[in-house]
Design a protein around this ligand. Sequence first.
Ligand SMILES: [Fe+2]
Length: 453
Amino acid sequence: MYRGCEAHRSVNAMTKDKWGNPHSHTSKSAISALESATEQLAAYRGDPVGTIDAALKNDPDFLMGLAFRAGVFATASDKVFEPHLRKAIRAAEPLMAKANDRERGHIGAASAWLEGDFERATELWGKVAIAYPRDLLAIQLAHLGDFFHGHSLMLRDRVARVLPHWDDTVPGHGFLLGMHAFGLEESGEYALAEKQGRKAVAANGQDGWAVHAVAHVMEMEGRAGAGADWLSTTASGWEPESLFAYHNVWHWTLFHFEDQDFDAGLKLYDEKIGKNGFDQALVLVDGAAFLWRLTALGKDVGDRWTPVVDGWAQRVDDGYYAFNDMHAMMAFAATGREDLQSRLVTALKGAAEGDGTNAMMTREIGLPAARGIRAFGRGAFDEAVEYLLPLRTKAQLFGGSHAQRDVLSWTLIEAAIRAGDKSMADALAAERLAAKPRSPLNLAWQKRASGIR
Ligand SMILES: [Fe+2]
């Protein structure tokens, strides 16, 4: 009885943040900085790492500050940031004796990521969110983990698990709606996704992830005009100080592609993506995904591949994340860089034989996808079809969104047409048109497929 009361008293004595999450650290200013950084990260705005670093400068023992840093650098999906992840975890280790369950969960998740077990990391952040359903950081990190694994239903359901603990009176409720909207969209529930996403944007026009979720709905439903309008009319909210603008702009270019207005896509790319450079894998992915779609169609993109090739060349031997590696191969294949193609395949073979989540992703999807893209690049279109066709049933295993993975279908139909494989090209055109019957892009593919003799 006495011991129980003591335990109860010690829990109550813990400092809590504005969401009611307990902290072993008692500095109110540090916790306030974490609240700000968490909301910046949820909106993909400002400088969340800078905000938390300022707090850690004053309070180097602020465990959740270190957990925040570790989580951000883990989910950047870029080996370049791994030293930062390792450093945050090492700094947290001496503090673990006083850590509470929630903090142990965060550090455990980041440690699992560092060890290459991305799936376990995601589940650990998810478990923190189950125990502390107003832990916005844990919810977002688990959401990102689900995204990197292509866990479409968990993008929806992991958020649904905690939603009953949030309402309009809880700060940041809109961020939950935005995440739920994206999960609903990836699960094919487009009407509800759009409703949730619009509600989130109405609550906070700066919520770039919620804007993005609605853009995804419009992409999947083939509403290219509405999608371009949506991003254009909301841009004043999400674009300034955004960490995520390049990706929303990438979606914007896809809407122009759908209408076959490739010049409009290139203009946006030049003005809002290319000119800002490619300093991290997430931007390189969008750069490659944009340029490859044009290259695959036979469009001239000038020298735009150069900085993208340079960025991927720095990561060619990493074998860190198969989804990224496929995009690296796009850059190397489009520019005929045989040397980098060979190095990347060697790295992928090594990664496929290793341990951890990425080994599975590389074995199942990354390596055959890279080989298919490579074959396309050297004009071996039959071979490209052979590699890429079987991936359509399981490409979600290496993560990304439906819209991002559509590059496989894009490359596949173009390869089938160029290979002169009429029945394959007809089938793939029919598949695309079933999803987007009025798409000028798809109608153009159908026309080319039907013209094969
Ligand atoms: Fe997206």
